[in-house]
Design a protein around this ligand. Sequence first.
Ligand code: NAD
Ligand code: UGA
Length: 483
Amino acid sequence: MALKIKNVCCIGAGFVGGPTMAVMSKFCKEITFNVVDINQKRIDNWNNEDLDKLPVYEPGLKEIISKTRNENLFFSTNVKESIQNADMIFISVNTPTKKSGLGAGKASDLKWVESCAREVASYAIGHTIVVEKSTLPVKTAEVIQKILNSANQNTEKENSSFDVLSNPEFLAEGTAIKDLEYPDRVLIGGENKESMIALSQMYQNWVPENDILFTNIWSSELAKLTSNAFLAQRISSINSISAICEVTGADVREVSRAIGKDSRIGSKFLESGPGFGGSCFKKDILNLVYLSEYFGLIEVARFWEEVVNINNWHQSRITKIVVEKLFGSISQKKIVILGFAFKANTNDTRESAAIKICKDLIMEGAELIIHDPKVDPLQIENDLQIKPSSDTNYQNESSLNNQFGKWRFSNNLNVFDNAHAVLVLTEWEDYKNIEWDKVAKQMVKPAWIFDARSIVNTDKVKKLGINLWSLGDGSTKNEISDF
Ligand code: NAD
Ligand code: UGA
């Protein structure tokens, strides 16, 4: 007889914990889901009456939350009580790259995972299935199991027992709800078949049984790191080809289309952009690098490290091109930045290419106006570590003698007056509808559009007399128009 799960606790109400539990609560009505976090503000936002204030922006999320919140989905900071009541606990906390100590800059910092495991060990009652939802280095399950086993050394506590499963999450931000509702596969790694079946039965409420894979726990942990490494590698590959396209007159979009038709290569994830961002690709590859080095596989480590190195190079390449095209100096030049999120349809800016590119442009003296439809300007300030300019017109502050430039945020697109250049960094739908003929009239000539997301219609814009540099398009490489 399979175990029947009635009460689930998810520790961590972030970009994964929130949407994942929301979708589970939608399809598993007979189960209660308690999502807990130590961050009171985040929990308050998850409970906000105004669904536009949820801490995570994902298309389709607020519609689910409006139906399941306070029905069978609850957000709180009651960590102890939720662990005590749970027969299954998802660990969905952050696992960033270590900043100091052994493995700094590469290994994952597991202090949040460890503290969760200790809390589960202290409070859990009876038999509890503990599920790794966070992305973790191979063999972390062993560490978690050891900490959980220590629970029974506490003589004041009733005996408890645990099974650890790995159930990595493959959702991408911006499409999280679709990815969760129609996953390519659900991966469950473990040893105890009964626990694996209990978790699988929850998913079977909406995922076909054939798409639920059982593996051993180490394969499951490694498959998640490998999946992100392969995806990031495709982006680094196509971005490196974009640089070759620019100098040879080829067009990376045509190259992508041509190679993507080969069914062995496939057409997805071949869009050249400003370099991959997001909280996970870099961290997970570096984790793989650390693991390889740890086991003495130096060549393997170097191979994967290069995927990250070329991504960093690619981001610097964009700043360099902007400076070069604007006659070698962008000091006091107004540049409009379209998009700060690391991709469209999310408010997440972690590791966004925009952070490095904007910082570099400000260091070169530029005056940036940054627009993003979903990112909070406070988040941008936090990412740039530079206060925004208080003068909205940039007129009263003399930056003539200032070494550095400045930035301000705009929540609308009336920003092109007197701009020397526009740089598209995120592929938001709003930007695809910009009327460039009107924009062209407002800009300082010779005006430049730098399109790092291939959203601007090259033929149309060329006719308007604006100079266009489109990433990876060799036909737009050296045009200076006199208009
Ligand atoms: P996040 O930072 O958005 O959320 C993590 C949350 O955990 C935070 O709100 C934090 O306050 C909370 N937390 C930390 N320690 C806690 C504790 N002891 N008790 C209670 N709450 C605690 O992170 P995220 O983006 O949701 O990522 C979580 C994990 O999922 C990471 O391992 C990540 O690699 C993985 N992942 C992320 C994505 C993604 O798209 N963001 C996709 C797949 C997998
Ligand atoms: C990625 C993976 O796609 C998810 O499967 C995984 O679960 C997740 O990481 C994770 O572990 O965190 P995410 O980072 O949210 O998801 O978004 P992606 O769509 O993968 O985009 C990552 C970056 O690559 C973005 O900056 C995006 O603009 C860029 N990208 C993506 C390209 O430049 N070109 C492409 O063709 C695709």
